[in-house]
Design a protein around this ligand. Structure first.
Ligand code: FES
Length: 573
């Protein structure tokens, strides 16, 4: 058999014009790997993984993959591991985000092209989980996500350290002259000391929690530390569950729905999660025809308290979150806000999963709904004359005393201009100015870098200034903090209003009103727009494909040709 009714190795045969021959050839080549015919007759479970020597966060994947295989074999399946490209966050130029869509295409095509009854997606570092979920959603092969799990924190002179909120904190102290180069080098060796993803609620951990909220993980596994024995048990259980998925044919399009996306957005707000996750969730939702709108984000943000006290919003690390009760505790607190009818990879609904109360919760880390860590959600979208299509502010990690004010713009034309001039002693900048960076958006050629967390100018940092309003079309690492307005859309490289800001212009920020406005009259803006020229486009290759097809931040920076038509157009407000 071949085609949709086929299973195992008979699925999706190579076309030679003779399906019997194609299966005979495939089985004979599979036998060359030493499998018995009994094993080759089993349901096939692909283990689609992103192990790489250029991805430190995934260095334990060989062990994890072995544990998945154990689970698959024990449940009667045939595990078949295969690599895709990997995205080690700090090893990629210009940015990992630029290659997320490439990895998603790799995942989608390999999950669809190979004879797989179900797929285990093994990822972790920031962009890998969204890429895997995007690809699996498009392929719509029964799939389950297994995440790397977070690193453990380390110690430095009596203090706990964890990548990478503390990386930024120590670098800021170095820039301010509070820490010398020798101390900085000692800290460098102690920031990331185990396998796993960043130790705080950065993008990787946010995406792990979101994947669990969507229903794509074995329940309770998002936050298990990478080096904990429970992580291996989670891998084994994931393998077992994949075999049941192969039989039930429960595919991502039945799990990732409008309602489960809203659940994921609620969780994102309640965990004070990464701003990057807004982009990734929009991209994942777009693969199943669900539109995530920034207006919806604001509505949910006003109704959803931040429940967890975790860095960069609070003070704890991911290992504390796991020990405190993890995602099960968070989901129980959020129950009144969630769509409990959503299906999960186990075949249970979310409501069935949450039927039993949690045994114990450490309220120092995971607060109750009635006594939250912060009373409103961690993220808000801003709109206004500077960002007609929206921008994002992570208010939970920002300075509230900077939320309602206007300031003088100090403009940098690009990330390289910023790097050249930010520490220039002659830079005309004051603590109450707004730092503005242009040309860092999706089509800028810079790959929307995480440079939206502009450094405090050297002379102000040395004078003790810790935070300023910073505005750009760039992103910010999920481990960063500060009063940082990101993802301004339309971006400067498309001629959005951000491109027209000049030194000395006044900009008004109001987090309360959800506004970010450029206070320059329309005639002057029209004159500036007439003089504006777009940046050159890359000449060839993937970078050209990217520049020509990438969508803006509010649409998830996916490619226009990979999204499905929207099934909930009313969300597009
Ligand atoms: Fe991989 Fe932070 S660098 S998760």
């Amino acid at each position: 058999m071949s085609g949709d009714s086929a299973s195992g190795l008979a699925r999706g045969l190579t076309q030679y014009g003779d399906s019997g021959f194609a299966l005979y050839l495939r089985r004979s080549f599979a036998r060359s790997m030493g499998y018995s015919s009994a094993l080759l007759a089993r349901p096939t479970v692909g283990i689609c993984h992103a192990a790489s020597d250029l991805n430190n966060c995934h260095r334990h994947f060989p062990e994890l993959i072995e544990a998945v295989k154990r689970g698959v074999l024990a449940a009667g399946g045939l595990p078949l591991a295969f690599p895709t490209i990997s995205l080690g966050e700090v090893f990629l130029h210009p940015t990992s985000l630029m290659y997320r869509n490439l990895m998603a295409m790799d995942v989608e095509e390999m999950c669809r092209a190979q004879p797989l009854d179900a797929v285990v997606l093994v990822g972790g570092c920031d962009k890998t989980v969204p890429a895997q979920l995007m690809g699996a959603a498009s392929a719509d092969v029964p799939a389950i996500q297994l995440v790397a799990g977070p690193m453990m924190s380390a110690r430095h002179e009596g203090e706990r350290l964890g990548a990478c909120t503390d990386c930024r904190r120590f670098w800021a102290r170095f820039r301010a002259g509070e820490v010398d180069a020798a101390a900085l080098e000692r800290v460098e060796a102690r920031l990331a000391t185990t396998a796993g993803t960043c130790a705080v609620m950065g993008t990787a951990s946010t995406m792990a929690c979101i994947a669990e909220a969507l229903g794509m993980l074995v329940p309770g596994t998002a936050a298990v530390p990478a080096v904990h024995a429970d992580r291996l048990r989670a891998a084994e259980e994931t393998g077992r569950t994949a075999v049941t998925l192969a039989a039930s044919r429960l595919s991502p399009s039945r799990i990732i729905t409008r309602e489960s996306v809203e659940n994921a957005l609620t969780v994102l707000l309640a965990i004070g999660g990464s701003t990057n996750a807004v982009i990734h969730l929009a991209a994942i939702a777009g693969r199943v025809g669900v539109r995530l709108s920034l207006a919806q984000l604001n509505e949910l943000s006003d109704a959803t308290p931040v429940l967890v006290d975790l860095k960069p919003t609070g003070s704890h690390y991911m290992e504390d979150f796991f020990a405190a009760g993890g995602m099960s505790a968070v989901l129980h607190e959020l129950k009144p806000l969630l769509h409990l009818e959503c299906l999960t990879v186990t075949g249970e609904t979310l409501g069935e999963r949450l039927a039993e109360p949690v045994q114990w919760v450490d309220r120092a880390v995971i607060r109750s709904f009635g006594e939250p860590f912060q009373s409103v959600g961690g993220l808000v979208a801003l709109f206004g004359t500077l960002a007609p299509n929206g921008a994002i502010l992570k208010r939970s990690a920002a300075s509230a005393d900077l939320f309602e004010r206007s300031g003088r713009a100090v403009v940098f034309a690009s990330p390289s201009d910023l790097a050249t001039r930010i520490d220039d002693p002659s830079l005309d900048v004051r603590p109450d100015d707004f730092l503005v960076m242009q040309n860092s958006g999706p089509t800028s050629g810079h790959g929307m870098p995480e440079s939206g967390y502009l450094p405090i100018p050297g002379k102000l940092a040395r004078a003790g200034v810790k935070d300023m309003v910073r505005i750009s079309d760039a992103r910010m690492s999920g481990t960063a903090y500060g009063t940082v307005v990101l993802h301004v859309s339309p971006e400067a490289a498309l001629g959005g209003p951000l491109a027209l800001v000049r030194n000395g212009d006044r900009i008004r920020l109001s987090a309360r009103e959800r506004r970010i406005d450029l206070e320059v009259d329309s005639g002057e803006l029209a004159r500036r727009k007439a003089q504006w020229r777009p940046p050159p486009r890359p000449a060839r290759g993937y970078q050209r494909l990217y520049a020509e097809h990438v969508l803006q931040a509010e649409e998830g920076c996916d490619f226009d040709f990979l999204r499905l038509p929207t099934t909930n157009p009313e969300a597009a407000r």
